[in-house]
Structure formats: structure tokens, C-alpha cells
Design a protein around this ligand. Structure first.
Ligand code: FE2
Length: 561
């Protein structure tokens, strides 16, 4: 009954029944017969359906109903805009109402004023319809008896009821639609939120794309979604959810068809069944295609096909897919930039370490051993993994300032003069000044600048004391001293471990941080093996490439874990 609408405000206020909204999807699916039945059941009145254009009856609520329509009504069919109740004679009252707004169908009927009445109009109509006396009498006895005013009130009352039901139906539809929109928006936000939480550079493009294709497939309700994406090693991945109407080669053919498309916006194609594209790709009904990445950094494509429920793809689906493509493209590009930056940094640090090794070949490998020992000490002191990476790198470059010290002083086998020693003491600050220009290496600067500070404040260059000295530097100081004392030099043999341990014990709290010395004694065997197994001939300890990105651009890709 929600099919009926009393759309005229005046009609609503004065109770005049009006018509049905054309936009009602429920009504569009109903036949005039079903309207007649519903109206007849609600009012208890037999009724007919008239076609304004044809000017004749096209339906009736009761098979045995006498098909009477007053001549006056037939002449005024085009004028009926709302409910009309007319007393045709003393004995006969008729009513008429448009079935729907701006509709050509009119519902009409009649009642008797008194029981036993035999209106001449009905008698004539019976003769025309070739009804016999018995049939007519039977029909007349079954016609409702009703006063015109009461009929008006009855139809108004039913009209209001229909209107109310109609409004409730509309509101329910609106509510359902809003609920669906809220559900969709919530799911969309959840998906985007989930993705942004997983944008670490350590997450491979394929893994993120897999998350995307699953999310899109469940959200968009299409028959198939595919993401093809090229990872950082240039391997192409095809990640599919649902059923696609083409395989990988078909996808290539499909994309070739749209080479001229302006890919700054998604490509949306609907109703493809009877098109050339639909003929070339059987089963393809509609499609959205969005590229991943900018044209100069194209990383792949997202394609959704065949929206369920016979619906067309629209802005909502296209925008969502475009958002996901932007996330994937940005993530892939960031990985690319990270790798490029990494390559530069690796090359730079290699150059620095090689330069130092070339300048002072006798201490070749010292930097790398200090880095290894420092990291071992840091791990024993339960320092965070990322900080251990910084300690390692700082150990690797701690003496880089020696490139600014006279070669003859560095290579001098005997005792240094005071002036020479002052020049050597410059190397932490020289190293600091070289590296401080590099944003990526900021985290390692404390180890470079302060690895010659002494715990009692008698070191250099800043004479820091105790905890004023950055922990990184206190750790590197122990690692540096260890390697310097145990390593052989052309002019002396390495110190026996027993003697070194004695020096460390005596120097704790004076030269070195006692907590680092404590850590040394716990892992001294591990450190000894580490240094004994290390050989510069095995090559540089710098890694070629780091498979897992920390997400922060530093020199961590240089690190051997
Ligand atoms: Fe040094």
C-alpha cells in the first residue's frame, strides 16, 4: 500500500486523496490489477481501472463487476487530478482517482445510496453488457450502500493510511540507504586506515598490494579484482580476487586498447555486453582501470570488473580504487627513492672507509672490528636494535677524521711529539665536521666526536665526564681501545688478553664507563672470536643491499645484522 502518495499539500490538508509517486520503485513493479485489488481490499469497494488515453476500462477488481462508468466521468478523464466523489443521481454515487502522479490510469467505482436501489444508469449498463436479470439483481445486492459524504470520508481515511504507509516505506528505504552508505564509508575508512598503518618501507609492495586487493574485493562487491604491480626488484605480481574475464595476456591486450586514455583519471566503462570491447572480452560487462604510480614511474594497475547486482561502476568505486592506487604508487616510489638514497650512502661510506684504509694500511680493518665489537657490547647492554645499527655505523666511521691528519704522523712508529699528538687529537672533530653535513648520518655523530672522551673528564675534544659522554661514544671507546691493544702493529705485538683485562679493570671509572667494561667481561670470549675470525681479505663488511627497510632513511642499509 506504500504505492499510494498524497502529494498535493492542499489535498493532504483537506483530505483529498491524490496520487502515486512515479519514482517509487515498488510501484513501478506493480500492475494496475494489483493496485485495484489493494484499493478494493482497503476500502471494501469494487473498482475499475480506466485508461485516459484509450478512454476505456483496462481492469477491474471483481470478475463479476458491472463495468459502469458515468458518461460525465468519461468526458472528464483528463481533468481528474485527485480524488473525486460525485453523486450522479439520488441512488448512485461514483468516485475516481489517478492511480499515480501524472499517470494515465484512473481508478474508479460506484456505490448505491440505499439498499434495493436500481439506478437507471446501471440498468442501461447491464443491458449493454448483455447481463441477464438474475445476474444484475445478484450484483446490485452485492454493491456497497453508502452516503456520498461517508464515502468521501472513507476514501480520505484510506488515503491517509496509504499516504502514511507510503511515507513509512520511503523513510525505511532512506534509512536502509543511509545505513548502507554508513557501512560502506566505515569499511572504506577502515581499509584506508589499515593500509596507512602498513606503509612501512620494510613492507614489500606485493604484500601491501595483496592487502589492497582483498580489501577492495570485499568492499566493492564486484566479480573480480586484480592488482598487477612491479616490486622493487622489477618482478611483476598479479594478485587476483574473484573471477576475472581475462587472463594476464588478455589484460595486456585490454590495456593496449586504452593506450590513448588520459590516465590522470580512472577509466570507467559500463554496459559493455553489446560493444566491440565486450565482444573481444566475453563476459566483460563493466570495468574500472586505474594506474599505479605516475606515468614516469608506472608501477602497475588496479582493475575491477563486473559489479554484482547488475549495477554500473560509478564515482564511488572509481575514487576508492584511485585512492588505493595512490597509496600503492606512493609506497612503491618511496621504496625506490629509499633504495636510490641507500646506494648513494653505501657508495659514500665505502669511499670513506677505503680512503682511511689506504691512508693507514697498518690499521686496515680496525674500523670494521671496532664496529663489530661495539655492536656486540651494545647488544649485551640490551640496547635497541635500531640503536645498535647506529653504534655499528658510528664504529665504522669513528676515525674517519684521520683523513685530515698528516700521513707521516699516522705512520710514525715511535713516540709522538706533543705537537704531533695535538694534531692527532683533532681527528674526532675533523670526522664530526665531515659527517655533520650528511643528514642521513646525524645519529652516528656522537660516537665519532666523543669516542676519545674519558669517563673521568680527561679525554678530548670536549672533556665530557661520566654520563655527559653519549653512551654510543662510551661503548665505541671500549671497542676502540680493545682492538688497538690486542692488534699487532709493525712496531709491536698485540697485547696479551690477561694484560688487557687488567688494564680494563683498572681503567673502569677512570678511562671507561664501568658498565661497558662489565658488559665486556660478560662477552669477552664472543668478542675475541669475532675479531679472530675477521679478516680484511674477506672484503668489506658493508652490505650490498638491505632486504628489509627500517622505514627511516639512515645508513642502516650499510649494516650487517
Ligand atoms: Fe680515534
Amino acid at each position: 500500500m506504500a504505492d499510494w502518495l498524497f502529494e498535493n499539500p492542499t489535498a493532504s490538508s483537506n483530505g483529498t486523496m491524490a496520487v502515486l509517486d512515479e519514482a517509487s520503485t515498488e510501484t513501478k513493479g506493480k500492475s494496475p490489477e494489483s493496485w485495484l485489488r489493494e484499493f478494493s481490499v482497503a476500502t471494501g469497494l469494487p473498482c475499475l481501472c480506466l485508461d485516459r488515453d484509450l478512454g476505456c476500462i483496462v481492469g477491474q477488481s471483481h470478475p463479476e463487476m458491472l463495468p459502469f462508468v458515468s458518461t460525465e466521468l468519461l468526458q472528464r478523464l483528463d481533468e481528474i487530478e485527485s480524488l473525486e466523489v460525485r453523486r450522479v443521481t439520488e441512488q448512485l454515487t461514483t468516485f475516481a482517482i489517478p492511480a499515480r502522479a501524472n499517470d494515465r490510469l484512473i481508478i474508479t467505482g460506484y456505490v448505491l445510496s440505499t439498499r434495493g436501489a436500481r439506478p437507471a444508469e446501471l440498468l442501461f449498463s447491464a443491458v449493454e453488457a448483455d447481463w441477464g436479470e438474475t445476474r444484475l439483481n445478484s450484483w446490485l445486492s452485492s454493491i456497497p450502500v453508502c452516503d456520498a459524504k461517508i464515502l468521501q470520508r472513507l476514501l480520505d481515511s484510506v488515503g491517509r493510511e496509504f499516504h502514511q504507509q507510503r511515507r513509512e516505506g520511503e523513510l525505511q528505504l532512506e534509512l536502509n540507504s543511509l545505513s548502507q552508505q554508513i557501512d560502506y564509508t566505515y569499511e572504506e575508512i577502515s581499509l584506508l586506515h589499515r593500509l596507512t598503518r602498513n606503509l612501512q618501507l620494510s613492507r614489500p609492495s606485493k604484500e601491501l598490494a595483496d592487502m589492497c586487493v582483498r580489501g577492495l574485493y570485499s568492499l566493492i562487491e564486484c566479480v573480480g579484482t586484480v592488482i598487477c604491480i612491479q616490486d622493487s626488484s622489477n618482478e611483476m605480481h598479479f594478485l587476483t580476487q574473484g573471477r576475472m574475464p581475462f587472463d594476464q595476456s588478455g589484460l595486456a591486450r585490454l590495456l593496449a586498447r586504452f593506450e590513448q586514455h588520459d590516465w590522470n583519471k580512472p577509466l570507467v566503462k559500463n554496459k559493455l555486453q553489446h560493444t566491440l570491447l565486450g565482444a573481444d572480452f566475453p563476459g566483460l560487462k563493466n570495468i574500472v582501470i586505474v594506474p599505479i604510480g605516475e606515468p614516469q614511474h608506472r608501477r602497475g594497475w588496479i582493475i575491477s570488473t563486473n559489479l554484482r547486482g547488475g549495477r554500473d561502476f560509478g564515482t564511488i568505486e572509481a575514487n576508492l580504487i584511485a585512492s588505493i592506487a595512490t597509496i600503492l604508487g606512493t609506497h612503491a616510489r618511496n621504496i625506490e627513492l629509499y633504495d636510490e638514497h641507500d646506494d648513494l650512502l653505501v657508495g659514500f661510506v665505502r669511499s670513506l672507509v677505503s680512503t682511511l684504509d689506504a691512508k693507514d694500511p697498518y690499521t686496515r680493518g680496525h674500523s670494521e672490528r671496532v664496529a663489530l665489537v661495539a655492536r656486540c657490547l651494545g647488544r649485551q647492554m640490551q640496547i635497541d636494535t635500531n640503536d645498535l645499527d647506529d653504534i655499528y655505523l658510528s664504529g665504522l666511521l669513528h676515525d674517519i677524521g684521520k683523513v685530515g691528519v698528516d700521513d707521516r704522523i699516522l705512520a710514525k712508529p715511535g713516540q709522538l711529539t706533543e705537537e704531533e699528538f695535538l694534531q692527532v687529537q683533532q681527528h674526532p672533530m675533523i670526522g664530526f665536521q665531515i659527517l655533520q653535513q650528511l643528514k642521513s648520518l646525524q645519529a652516528i655523530l656522537p660516537g665519532v666526536r666523543h669516542h676519545h672522551e674519558a669517563f673521568n673528564g680527561k679525554g678530548y675534544p670536549d672533556k665530557l665526564k661520566g654520563d655527559e659522554i653519549p653512551l654510543m661514544a662510551r661503548i665505541i671507546a671500549v671497542a676502540d681501545s680493545y682492538d688497538a691493544m690486542v692488534s699487532d702493529r709493525p712496531y709491536r705485538k698485540g697485547m696479551p688478553l690477561e694484560k688487557l683485562e687488567d688494564i680494563f679493570r683498572r681503567g673502569a671509572n677512570e678511562q671507561w664507563d664501568p658498565r661497558v667494561i662489565d658488559a665486556f667481561f660478560v662477552v669477552k670470549n664472543e668478542i675475541q672470536k669475532l675479531c679472530e675470525s675477521y679478516s680484511p681479505k674477506r672484503g668489506n663488511l658493508l652490505r650490498e643491499k638491505q632486504s628489509s627497510r627500517s622505514g627511516i632513511i639512515t645508513g642502516r642499509t650499510l649494516l650487517q645484522r
